[in-house]
Each structure stands twice: as structure tokens, then as C-alpha cells.
Write a protein of this length. Structure first.
Length: 315
């Protein structure tokens, strides 16, 4: 897995966030954990040691590195910053970050971050480029959002939709919970949350179809989809297959979710990462088969049933 995760333009939003969260908002965000930490930061095993001093140090460094006038607020373990005032950052936290973290912690993530997680929200293409120039000393024109594993930092252009923030936030929390997660599942799970909605009780994120569906259908009709074994075990998202692999990984996660298998699959993969690093044996067990061609056939039959115009814009 690379140190930096990014993805191309994401137009989807996380739907129904404020409505589902307004009544039952938690007093603090998810506590989750993982391995690796930013140099100079204390670890936080099990969430037992407060991260507030480390969060303040991260906030101080952001204040020095970001353009003058950008807002910064702390909601442990998160340090939020952006080209807006503190009230707008609080709104992003309350309406998107906290409810998304809450649902992800219920569905997937059991371990607390041992480090502060920085989230920088940029309101436009220009501020996104400016932010990356300030923090990384280079351009990132090709991405709408990026997660740096080295720095535990999410930077997103929210002009592309709140789904971009949910995508990169999934990467950040997954890194803390399951650092060895296979790349295809890491990207598939994050991409799933580009376009999703909350369950009526607000405890789950439910994936919806999005713009990657057209890519998937075209690849399927052109005979360019891989077998699941190939997707999981061979190089993921090479330059000539990146868009197809992302689409297939996302929609395979949606397929697992629609069959009520995704949460169990994630947890079993995490448990067995040393003996089944790609998750292949676990998939076979959950589908009660030793021949994953059976799973390929089921997935392809499901793809055939997808409606060409089913993309839900979240508007």
C-alpha cells in the first residue's frame, strides 16, 4: 500500500446526515486504533491516553503552515482546518464528520487512533491547490481528496461533494483500525462511501450507486472486468486499469453489502490478515465455495441487473 491515498473527482454526497444525526449526536467522535504514528507524537493505545496535547501541537504546526486566516478547531482525535471560519468547521464536524465516524465505528472499526488525524477542508479548486502547496510543497491538481498515511492527514476539496470527505475519512479510520488491509478492499470500502446514505436509525452507512457504475458496466460489456482473485491478488489500479479497478472494487463492496456480507467480511479479513492477506479464502468461506469463479458469476449476474440510470446524485 502506498503512503498516500487519493482519488479522482467525486460528485456524490453523504445523504441525510444532519437529519439522522441531529437527535442522537454523540458527545465525542469514534475512538479507533492502529499502528504507526507521526514523528514526535505520543501513541494512544486503546484510547486510554488523551490526545489533546498532541492535537494542539498539530494545530500549532497547521497555523504556521497554512495561509493566514484559515480556521482551526480541535475535536479529539481530529484537528480540523480550512479556508473558512471556525463556525463553518464546526458545521462540517457536526453534519458530516461526527455522524460518519459514528456509523463507521459501529459497522467496521473497533480500534482507536493512536495519533491525531488532521482534516483540512478546502472550498474550491484554488484553495485545494494552495493548501497542498503549503503543506506538501507540490501540486495535487489531479485529486479531489487525498489521505497521507505518513502524516495522518486528510485534505479534501469539498466543492466536489461531501462524499469526497467520507471517502478520505474512511481511509484515515481504516488505517488506524486495519493498517494491513488489502489495497483493493481499502479503496473499495472508501469509494463505497462516496455515495451513501444513513439508515433510518443513523447507525449505518448504506452505499448507493454512483458515477463509477457506468465505468463498471462498460468494462463488463467489453470483457475487461477481472476475476475477483485477480483484483485481490495482482497489482491494483495500474495506469491502464485504474478507473476500472476502482469501479470494480467499489461495486464489489456494494455487492457484498447488498448481500449482508460486507461487515463480516471486513472483520474476518482483519482477523486473518496474516494467513489470508488478500481475503480470498475468507470470501470463499462466506460464499460457501472453494471456487471463486462461483462468486465471479454471481457478481456478474448482479452487475447485469444494475440500472443504467440509477446514479443517485444526493441532491
Amino acid at each position: 500500500m502506498t503512503l498516500t491515498r487519493g482519488h479522482f473527482l467525486t460528485t456524490g454526497t453523504v445523504a441525510l446526515i444532519a437529519l439522522c444525526y441531529a437527535i442522537a449526536a454523540p458527545s465525542s467522535p469514534l475512538e479507533s486504533n492502529g499502528e504507526g504514528h507521526e514523528s514526535g507524537l505520543n501513541r494512544n493505545p486503546g484510547g486510554s491516553i488523551p490526545l489533546t496535547p498532541d492535537c494542539r501541537r498539530v494545530a500549532d504546526r497547521l497555523e504556521q503552515g497554512l495561509p493566514e486566516g484559515w480556521g482551526i478547531v480541535i475535536h479529539e482525535p481530529f484537528v480540523l482546518a480550512g479556508d473558512c471560519d471556525e463556525a463553518d468547521l464546526e458545521r462540517h464536524y457536526r453534519q458530516t464528520i461526527a455522524p460518519t465516524v459514528r456509523a463507521l465505528s459501529i459497522q467496521y472499526f473497533d480500534h482507536s487512533p493512536e495519533w491525531p488525524i488532521t482534516i483540512v477542508v478546502c472550498s474550491s479548486d484554488d484553495s485545494y491547490r494552495e493548501c497542498n502547496r503549503c503543506l506538501e510543497k507540490r501540486e495535487r491538481n489531479e485529486y479531489s481528496g487525498v489521505y497521507s498515511r505518513r502524516d495522518h492527514r486528510v485534505v479534501v476539496n469539498v466543492a466536489t461533494g461531501e462524499g469526497t470527505l467520507a471517502h478520505e475519512l474512511t481511509h484515515a479510520l481504516a488505517h488506524a483500525d486495519f493498517a494491513e488491509m488489502p489495497e483493493w478492499l481499502d479503496e473499495g470500502l472508501a469509494s463505497l462511501h462516496e455515495e451513501c446514505e444513513f439508515s433510518p436509525d443513523g447507525f449505518q452507512l448504506i452505499g448507493l450507486e454512483n458515477w463509477r457504475g457506468a465505468i463498471l458496466r462498460n468494462a463488463f460489456q467489453g470483457g475487461r472486468l477481472r476475476s475477483i482473485s485477480s483484483l485481490a491478488c495482482e497489482q491494483f489500479a495500474s495506469s491502464d486499469r485504474a478507473t476500472i479497478d476502482y469501479a470494480q472494487a467499489r461495486y464489489f463492496c456494494l455487492f457484498l453489502e447488498r448481500h449482508h456480507i460486507l461487515e463480516a467480511f471486513y472483520r474476518k479479513c482483519r482477523q486473518r490478515c496474516q494467513t489470508d492477506p488478500a481475503g480470498i479464502e475468507t470470501l470463499g468461506e462466506l460464499f460457501e465455495t472453494k471456487d471463486l469463479r462461483t462468486v465471479d458469476k454471481q457478481f456478474q449476474e448482479w452487475v447485469k441487473l444494475l440500472k443504467p440510470n440509477a446514479y443517485h446524485s444526493g441532491e
